[in-house]
Ligand binder design. Structure first.
Ligand code: NAD
Ligand code: WQD
Length: 344
């Protein structure tokens, strides 16, 4: 059974990936400092799998602590590196915190991986590296641009670090960077899902919290974009489909099929407007969303969606869920949270 270290494995995408890894026959081991997650995600993982997954409550930017984990675990076959801060607005206010954690943790991880001869890495990147794309859908050849936030730049820098390492001729590291589009939804069991702290910045948690009566009203950020209904277009991918992309990516690395660095878009290939997303939610949940049209949000990309041909052909990546199914799972998770959390 191949052992896969999953940094940030208690987080939103990480927890779903841990479940898929275990179910695909891998042995995931989590490293998470719980800076943006809670014990309950481990409880959810245990409930789904019927067994506990080993978890180190450790900061993966702490080189001494990380070395100890590699020492203790011995035969780590590969690493999936989710651990990072991801709040775009906060990154504008506190850029150093973002560079330190997101870039710093990757550097530490790479060093320790090299020391222990671990050479397979899947890295969480983002469609934010494309900035405002000139052509749609975006392929992996679409030029990367300066991102709209320090957060986005950390992803760009991390990709550059992996590329430089691959080109150095001095490293046997093989990495796959997955550029996620907009992950949404939750596990069909409703036992794990996204746990936004405070007021959500992202659309889907805001929709579900509004539908649940926790937020009074959702504001749509602008309806004067050059899109069919004037609202922004995104590529919303079910988090379980995204999690499965990590399993096929690590498989490819372990089978020695990958080049030293490979990049893949992971989305559905379909763009939906904000209004379409809201209507999908309403259809799927049977609940109306109280919304109004507000001004544009600074820094928003008007429209972006993925060309997923490369992930489909090379990784065998497939999406299994529709937007409505993803929305239904987000709603089931919201209901689960409300039934299990006091004062929500
Ligand atoms: P998340 O915040 O739910 O998960 C990240 C996890 O990493 C959390 O559990 C957090 O506690 C942990 N963590 C952060 N810094 C750490 C450190 N130094 N040491 C150990 N643990 C640490 O976020 P997510 O949505 O699951 O995102 C996972 C990854 O995917 C991130 O790298 C994020 O930037 C990237 N990403 C996310 C999205 C998205 O919309 N959710 C889109 C594109 C890319
Ligand atoms: C989606 C759409 C908003 C909230 C962010 C990061 C990006 C990536 C994914 C990590 C947009 C609209 C939203 C609301 C709204 N993360 N919206 N009202 O902006 O695509 O990307 O998450 O890498 O880096 O920037 O996601 O969910 O915030 O917004 O109208 O209350 O919903 O304008 O069109 P976004 P989002």
């Amino acid at each position: 059974m191949n052992k896969i270290l999953v940094t940030g494995g208690a987080g939103y995408i990480g927890s779903h990936t841990v479940v898929e890894l275990q179910q695909a026959g891998y042995e995931p081991v989590i490293v998470d400092n719980f800076s943006n997650s809670e014990e309950r995600s481990l409880e959810g993982i245990t409930a789904i799998l019927g067994k506990e997954v080993k978890c180190y409550r450790t900061d993966c930017a702490d080189i001494v602590a990380l070395r100890e984990i590699f020492e203790q675990e011995q035969n780590i076959a590969g690493v999936i590196h989710f651990a990072a801060y991801k709040a775009v607005g906060e990154s504008v206010a506190e850029p150093l915190k973002y560079y330190q954690n997101n870039v710093g943790s990757l550097l530490v991880l790479l060093q320790v991986m090299q020391e222990f001869g671990v050479q397979k890495l899947v890295f969480s990147s983002s469609c934010t590296v494309y900035g405002i794309p000139e052509q749609l859908p975006v392929t992996e050849q679409t030029p990367v641009q300066k991102a709209n936030s320090p957060y986005g730049n950390t992803k760009k820098v991390c990709e550059e670090i992996l590329t430089d390492l691959a080109n150095s001729g001095n490293s046997n590291m093989q990495s796959i960077a997955l550029r996620y589009f907009n992950p949404i939804g939750a596990h069909p069991s409703a036992l794990i899902g996204e746990l936004p702290l405070g007021v959500p910045n992202n659309l889907v948690p805001f929709i579900t919290q509004t539908a649940a009566g926790i937020r009074e009203q959702l504001t749509i950020f602008g309806d004067d974009y050059d899109t069919p209904d004037g609202t922004c277009i995104r590529d919303y991918v079910h988090v379980v489909d995204l999690a499965k992309a990590h399993v096929v990516a690590i498989e490819r690395l372990l089978q020695n099929k990958a080049e030293s660095i490979e990049l893949f878009n992971v989305g559905t290939g379909q763009g939906n407007t904000v209004l379409e997303a809201i209507h999908a939610f309403e259809r799927a949940s049977g609940v109306k969303v109280n919304y109004k049209i507000g001004p544009r949000r600074a820094g928003d990309i008007p429209k972006i969606y993925a060309d997923v041909t490369k992930a489909t052909e090379v990784l065998g990546f497939r999406t299994n869920s529709t937007l409505d199914e993803a929305m239904k799972s987000a709603w089931d998770w919201q209901m689960h949270l409300q039934n299990t959390t006091a004062n929500v």
